[in-house]
Write a protein of this length. Structure first.
Length: 191
């Protein structure tokens, strides 16, 4: 059975770092929404006279967010149709609340022999998350940092409502150890 593995979570939680370690060890296809969508969305935002770093505004969410997600999911579906284990990385903040979203995605893409797993990455300590966001020093995080007291209120584990999907809620507050990595891989490989 082919695996579709989601790594979800808020900015600075470490989902990208963790998912890359896991993808390498599992020899899985690795797809990050930022890598796939950023060059296109930055250009489109600029063409509209908006900041290319904007990922928190109404305009981004209304006009451009779905473009990134659709590209990510189309590439994921193609790899899954080739029976390749696929890891996708993005917050999926809108999709996770729809109980039928994952079953509809699988059905539309004729993916009947795919097992779905989700790792919801979070930090129990928001001070560590702020430090990590500061350390990565990207202009896309400026709104979050400028509005930290508002932003940190939503920094809870992303709850996944999808039907019949196993979810691991992973507190990424500590440095990675072989035991922690093995725990995640064991969860992903268990059927």
């Amino acid at each position: 059975m082919t695996r579709l593995i989601f790594f979800i979570g808020h900015a600075g939680c470490g989902k990208t770092t963790l998912s890359k370690i896991i993808a390498k060890q599992m020899k899985a296809i690795y797809l990050d929404r930022d890598t796939i969508g950023t060059p296109f969305v930055n250009k489109m935002l600029s063409m509209k006279g908006l900041s290319p770093d904007d990922r928190d505004s109404y305009a981004y969410h209304q006009e451009f967010r779905n473009i990134e997600y659709n590209a990510l999911l189309s590439i994921a579906a193609e790899n899954l149709q080739l029976d390749l284990d696929t890891i996708v990385v993005s917050p999926f903040s809108k999709e996770v609340s729809n109980t039928k979203w994952i079953s509809e995605f699988l059905e539309v893409n004729q993916l009947s022999n795919v097992e779905v797993k989700v790792v919801s990455v979070y930090l129990s300590n928001t001070d560590i998350q702020r430090e990590r966001i500061l350390a990565r020093n990207t202009s896309r995080d400026q709104w979050k940092l400028n509005n930290w007291n508002v932003y940190k209120e939503k920094l809870k584990p992303v709850q996944v409502s999808w039907d019949s999907v196993d979810v691991l809620y992973y507190d990424n507050s500590l440095d990675f150890s072989p035991f922690q990595i093995d725990t995640v891989i064991s969860f992903l490989k268990t059927t």
